[in-house]
Design a protein around this ligand. Sequence first.
Ligand code: IMP
Ligand code: MG
Length: 180
Amino acid sequence: MKAHSGEHLKVLLRRSAIEKRVRAVAKEITRDFRGQRVHLIGVLKGACIFLADLVREIDLETSIDFMAVASYGKGKESSGQVRLNKDLDTSIEGLNVVLVEDILDTGLTLSYLVRVLSQRRPKKLKIAALLDKPSRRIQKISADYVGFTIPNEFVVGYGLDYGERYRNLKDVCVLALPPE
Ligand code: IMP
Ligand code: MG
């Protein structure tokens, strides 16, 4: 796909590598929750493509729900504040919950969500993040399932956006912006 004017895309993770890794993560989840039902909660909008691929590779009884949060606004930098824009449709009390996120960056979003969700007494609460940028962490939090650990670069594709664009890229790409 062509980059928007002045912007430049460089492939970091190919579609084939992502597919393989998503299958492996699904296998781990299937093994960890053997014989039980898992309830996947996708964090909109970035996690929707990861969740769609992940849930189809999990060989268990599953259900899905979504939450929407806003923290980043339009650009690359987080505002540092998290706001809940859409809550769950149903209760998670007593359920094995896997919170599915596109990327664990500063950790502000996931810390907020873990705080909110753990108050609702799920049986288990695990985190699956496609990408992890540990060098950026502000809040001490880690994911139970990680697709790829990546360096401190701004990435788009496979659900991740820059100003709502590029979510439809099949590969995860590093986005370079034109000098201001
Ligand atoms: P955190 O709260 O800083 O951990 O960031 C969480 C959210 O920031 C993610 O769910 C993404 O929506 C966004 N984000 C963080 N890093 C990137 C990136 O490299 N590309 C696109 N979005 C990102
Ligand atoms: Mg997101």
